[in-house]
Structure formats: structure tokens, C-alpha cells
Design a protein around this ligand. Structure first.
Ligand code: DAT
Ligand code: MG
Length: 138
């Protein structure tokens, strides 16, 4: 079990001014920030990141949204990071997310749901490497 996960604060949360509150919550929940940057995905890069969803009906919408504005990307460290972070963010659709979760508090809709969290240790490593070199991981 790896102790790292990868997250993005998505364009809706950035635009709505929730980035500070989300980072504050993540740190208060005991995650250590290993790497952090603000960036903006091109449509091509967003499509590459979400390639696994290429055949899904919402893929075009997802790529357009994820490239619509700045994001914050980060690698986080905590025991059981992947599952612990998925619990903290809540269900994909904020309407189904538990009270107090980041998506319940800050998401706009199922498509614009404030934050990304890796779904496995393997994907956490792949996604972290998509944004950060080894030297950028402290
Ligand atoms: P998660 O981000 O919880 O891992 P996922 O991997 O199933 O969810 O989907 C990736 C993203 O795609 C999700 O965060 C938002 C978007 N998405 C998922 N289901 C959707 C739907 N039914 N309609 C619109 N966008 C959707
Ligand atoms: Mg996912």
C-alpha cells in the first residue's frame, strides 16, 4: 500500500474561490504536500489525462471543462493516501456525497466536481508523474 495520492483542484473550484479552503482542509486532514503547482491543461493534455474515459458519453464535456481554466495539481502523502483521500472528497456526484466532504461542500455538479483524487496506487503514481518530475517532489 503506497502512501501517496494525486489531486487536482478543478477549474470550477478555482473560479469559485475555493482553492484556499480546499488546500486548508486537505492539510488539516493530515496530508503532507509533496509537490504543488498551478497550471492550465490544454484540451490535448486533458484528453490524455482522462484517456481511460475516452469512450464515455461525457468525455468531450470533461475535456472542455478541465481545460477551461487554471487548476492546482498536487501530490499528497498520508497513510493509506488513496482511500483516505477518496473518503475526504466524497462521491463523484456531489448530490450523493457525504456531508462534510470536499465535493459536498464545494462541487458544482457531477461534471464540475471541484477535485480529482486518484483511484489506485498505480494511477496515483502515473498521475503524479504526468505533472511532476522526481526533482519536484519534496
Ligand atoms: P471520479 O472523479 O470520482 O474518480 P470518474 O473517474 O468516474 O469519477 O470520472 C472522472 C470525471 O468525469 C468525474 O470527476 C467527473 C466526470 N464525470 C463522471 N461521470 C460523469 C457524468 N455522468 N456526467 C458528466 N461528467 C461525469
Ligand atoms: Mg476517477
Amino acid at each position: 500500500m503506497s502512501n501517496r495520492t494525486f489531486t487536482m483542484i478543478k477549474p470550477d473550484a478555482m473560479k469559485n474561490g475555493h482553492a484556499g479552503a480546499i488546500l486548508d482542509r486537505i492539510i488539516k486532514e493530515g496530508f503532507r504536500v509533496v509537490a504543488l503547482k498551478m497550471t492550465k491543461l490544454s484540451e490535448e493534455k486533458a484528453g490524455e489525462f482522462y484517456a481511460i474515459h475516452r469512450e464515455r458519453p461525457f468525455f468531450g464535456e470533461l475535456v472542455e471543462f478541465m481545460s477551461s481554466g487554471p487548476i492546482i495539481a498536487a501530490i499528497l502523502e498520508k497513510e493509506n493516501a488513496v482511500s483516505s483521500f477518496r473518503t475526504l472528497i466524497g462521491a463523484t456526484n456531489p448530490a450523493n456525497a457525504d456531508e462534510g466532504t470536499i465535493r459536498k461542500l464545494f462541487a458544482t455538479s457531477v461534471g464540475e466536481n471541484a477535485v480529482h483524487g486518484s483511484d489506485s496506487d498505480e494511477n496515483a503514481a502515473i498521475e503524479g508523474a504526468f505533472f511532476f518530475s522526481g526533482l519536484e517532489q519534496i
